[in-house]
Write a protein that binds this ligand. Structure first.
Ligand SMILES: Nc1ncnc2c1ncn2[C@@H]1O[C@H](COP(=O)(O)OP(=O)(O)OP(=O)(O)O)[C@@H](O)[C@H]1O
Length: 482
């Protein structure tokens, strides 16, 4: 624990001792580095401003010597640059002064967790079991990302490298390239793997509900809030919050999110009290956020905060060599889900697939295979000519152009003609109307929304809520997504 103010040093030391850690202290860069030369630690916590230099020097020393200590840096309030710089230089996490002791304990506990040889003080056995269980999780989460191309190998190596730590990660890639899978792998490979992973599609939440959805709401804070409700931040406490389509967040909400990330505190709607949150933020976008910043659609300071580590996901056309492995994995998954036998892939099926342009990436490939399984006979997989299956004119030109028909059966009606499950019945009606309207409008959501007299945001929300599978973005019809 390196800090030059004796009172603070004692406070931190006592806090850590009370948690059951062994602690050594130092008052300067020189003292800190001398201690590092004579022994190994699990965690180094250092103030940024020290009498003979900056805490960053200790961090760089750890890095140069490829040491295993995790470094937590304490920065002055409002110095976002220092915090981001430290995270980029490999700090495990940062704390803003004045340090909130609860947060301090949480951050140190996360840093110590998952260090193989060092069980957390509370329960040595539990943490050892968790560590070995985590390794299985890591492996299977990375395996879920199918592909052995160089581009995919680079992605997987990067996930393994940056998963530990608190630095926010921004995943950039075209729609359907597997951004959510990467976020899940990051979570599974982190020391938060046993905590929750909460995935949020920022583009699918009506604007007036955003704040309550993110930060929670107290009973009576808005019409319909009949009880206290936690938000995504509370739900992700101790785990990872995945913010998909972050570029869709309106500017007013961007400012609130920035504040929550910077201060690690949130205030539920209708509450006077702030709550501390311990959440790692992973976000994703198909947009070029740099350009969005220039055009004034995205806050630069938030971009700076979210983009501490960037993972770029390649489009499927840049890794066609993964097609065969992907088809095998996807067919197996799809066949299992629909209770069918996995059809064989032969040279003809692979040649047919290789001819598809697949601008909608893996999601589009998955949909093509889904349709092929549903329409196929026994024998090797064959890709049906597009346009045939649902008699849908819009399907004529794209590799994948049809929404699969609703799979669920309509909820049962009672003999009196009344539904037994009103919500399920209403959802089914809404789903069938939406699917029909989308098909009539060439899957253009703007046109469909206009036709049904609702906003684009509302239609996105409904499509998401009802789990309607759209043809991949980038396809001929999806022109309303930019
Ligand atoms: N490398 C991969 N291996 C196996 N399945 C994949 C891979 N990449 C994507 N998928 C599958 O493709 C579908 C789309 O993936 P995902 O939702 O992660 O993409 P996305 O980039 O987040 O898309 P969007 O931007 O539209 O939200 C999912 O069903 C996912 O399981």
């Amino acid at each position: 624990m390196v800090d030059d103010e004796p009172d603070l040093r004692t406070l931190y030391e006592l806090t850590l001792l009370r948690e059951g850690y062994r602690v050594e202290t130092a008052g300067s860069v020189q003292e800190g580095s001398a201690q590092l030369q004579s022994q190994h630690f699990d965690v180094v916590i250092t103030d940024m401003r020290l009498p003979d230099g900056v805490g960053m020097e200790l961090l760089l020393l750890l890095r140069e010597q490829s040491r295993t200590e995790r470094c937590i840096v304490m920065t002055a309030y409002g110095s976002a640059e220092n915090a981001v710089e430290a995270l980029r230089a490999g700090a495990f996490d940062y704390l803003t002064k004045p340090v909130d002791l609860r947060q301090f304990r949480q951050v140190v506990a996360s840093a110590v967790q998952g260090i193989g040889a060092v069980p957390a003080p509370a329960s040595p056995q539990a943490s050892a079991t968790a560590a070995s269980g985590n390794q299985d999780l890591n492996a299977s989460a990375l395996q879920a990302l199918v592909g052995n191309s160089q581009a995919m190998q680079r992605v997987k190596q990067r996930i393994a490298k940056v998963a530990k730590g608190m630095a926010p990660v921004l995943i950039h890639g075209e729609s359907g390239t597997g951004k959510e899978l990467v976020a899940r792998a990051l979570h599974a490979c982190s020391q938060r793997a046993n905590g929750p992973m909460v995935a949020v599609n920022c583009g699918a939440i009506p604007e007036n509900l955003l704040e309550a959805e993110f930060f929670g709401a107290r009973k009576g804070s808005y019409t319909g809030a009949t009880q206290d409700r936690p938000g995504y931040f509370q739900a992700a406490q101790g785990g990872t919050l995945f913010l998909d389509e972050i570029g869709d967040l309106p500017l007013a909400m961007q400012a609130k999110l920035l504040r929550a990330i910077q201060e690690r505190k949130i205030r539920p709607l209708g509450s006077t009290q702030e709550e501390s949150v311990d959440v790692r933020i992973v976000s994703a976008t198909h947009r070029d956020l740099g350009t969005e910043v220039q055009t004034g659609n995205f806050r630069q300071d938030l971009f700076y905060r979210l983009n501490v580590i960037e993972i770029e996901l390649p489009a499927l056309r840049e890794r066609r060599e993964d097609l065969s492995l992907l088809c095998q994995a996807l067919l197996k998954k799809l066949a299992k889900e629909s209770g069918l036998v996995t059809p064989a892939l032969d040279e003809i099926s692979l040649a047919q697939i290789a001819l598809l342009p697949l601008p909608g990436n893996v999601r589009e490939l998955e949909n093509v295979l889904h349709r092929a399984i549903a329409l196929g006979d026994d024998g090797p997989l064959r890709i049906p000519p597009s346009g045939q299956p649902q008699g849908n004119e819009n399907a004529a030109s794209g590799a994948l152009t049809a929404v699969p028909p609703p799979l669920q059966e309509a909820p049962a009606e009672s003999p009196a003609g009344l539904p037994e499950n009103l919500q399920g019945w209403l959802d089914e009606q809404e789903r069938s109307i939406l699917v029909r309207a989308l098909q009539d409008n060439g899957f253009n959501r703007t046109a469909t929304a206009a036709r049904l007299g609702i906003s684009l945001r509302q239609i996105r929300y409904r499509i998401d809520r009802l789990g309607i599978d759209l043809p991949a973005e980038g396809g001929k019809h999806q022109t309303d997504n930019a």
